[in-house]
Design a protein around this ligand. Structure first.
Ligand code: C2E
Ligand code: MG
Ligand code: MG
Ligand code: MG
Length: 292
């Protein structure tokens, strides 16, 4: 009967719910020691200049290799790290590891590439972010011009003065500042007006609907002309199809990142890719004309 099948559905729902809850419980218990056990790793996703096809940089993305749960998404465990106040220490490890890896790639050959690192609001307000960044650069021997810091609108508006001061100090170090997930928050425009940003990253949700929703296409068009008028570089996130890429090329978007070219890969895979691209005498992505 409908009642019985309803009940069965309810049971299945409860079972799924309890599995998810159990997983959450496991993860939140284990996240404490994950760093000490060496379960965190960074993967790196290429960023490509759309016009030239040159690989200009990579974004460092945190991965957690859990012994029983497998590879856990940062969307799940970053909030846990933030909740437990662990993000400041893990974030420092991310910065140091990413800078060291970038310096290794610079030592392996030319031309040099940029490294982008995501920052959480807590790293901004609870840790000494300026000191941490300076130290990470020093330890790696990396010129600040190659480090890009990705910020989001979670840097709250009521702390505008502090936010502005810290951003100015970071800029004074010589690093690049970019606004991640642009267009998804409430205050994207006031961020552009208030803060010393160099680049914006158009959120994946806009790129996804770019070729299917005319209103999204209109928004992306406006974001790109706004960025141009403000002298900001623009990176499109989450490009998965050639249609999306050609559209962004016509709209004069400067760079893209997405599964169309590559997902985030371990350092070793990126080293191999760089070697391959560099052996052609440049970092131009082969078959780029097929991409565009
Ligand atoms: P994000 O900074 O916006 O990073 C881009 C996300 O989009 C990454 O997810 C990336 O794997 C994914 N992505 C890139 N291209 C494509 C595509 O073509 N299609 C699809 N479907 N997805 C694509 P990921 O690695 O799961 O990271 C999720 C979020 O976790 C990041 O979003 C960032 O906010 C946060 N995160 C990652 N690593 C760190 C970190 O070291 N520190 C902090 N504070 N946050 C981090
Ligand atoms: Mg990012
Ligand atoms: Mg993003
Ligand atoms: Mg995001």
């Amino acid at each position: 009967s409908a009642k019985e099948s309803g009940r069965a559905g309810y049971k299945i729902f409860c079972k799924e719910l309890s599995t998810a809850a159990q997983r959450w419980h496991t993860l939140s218990n284990d996240v404490h020691g994950a760093s000490a056990r060496g379960e965190f790793a960074l993967h790196y996703q290429p960023q490509i200049a759309i016009e030239s096809g040159v690989l200009t940089g990579v974004e460092a993305l945190l991965r957690w290799h859990h012994p029983t749960e497998g590879l856990v998404s940062p969307a799940l465990f970053i909030p846990l790290l933030e909740e437990r106040g662990l993000i400041v220490d893990v974030g420092r490890w991310v910065l140091e590891t990413a800078c060291r890896q970038c310096a290794i790639w610079h030592a392996e050959g030319k031309p040099p590439i940029r490294i982008a690192v995501n920052l959480s609001a807590q790293q901004f307000y609870r840790g000494d972010i300026v000191g941490t960044v300076r130290e990470a650069l020093r330890l790696a021997g990396l010129d600040p011009q190659w480090l890009e810091l990705e910020l989001t609108e979670s840097l709250t508006l009521d702390e505008t003065e502090t936010t502005l001061r810290i951003m100015q100090e970071l800029k004074a170090l010589g690093v690049t500042l970019s606004l991640d997930d642009f267009g998804t928050g409430w205050s994207s425009l006031s961020y552009l007006r208030r803060f010393p940003l160099d680049r914006i990253k158009i959120d994946r949700s806009f790129v996804r609907d770019l070729t299917t929703h005319s209103s999204t296409a209109a928004i992306v068009h406006s974001i790109l002309s706004l960025a141009r008028n403000l002298g900001l570089d623009c990176v499109a996130e989450g490009v998965e199809t050639r249609e999306q890429l050609s559209h962004l090329q016509r709209e004069l978007c400067s760079e893209f990142q997405g599964f169309l070219y590559s997902e985030a890969v371990p350092a070793e895979d990126l080293s191999n890719l760089l070697r391959l691209l560099r052996s052609g005498g440049s970092l131009v992505v082969p078959g780029r004309e097929r991409l565009l």
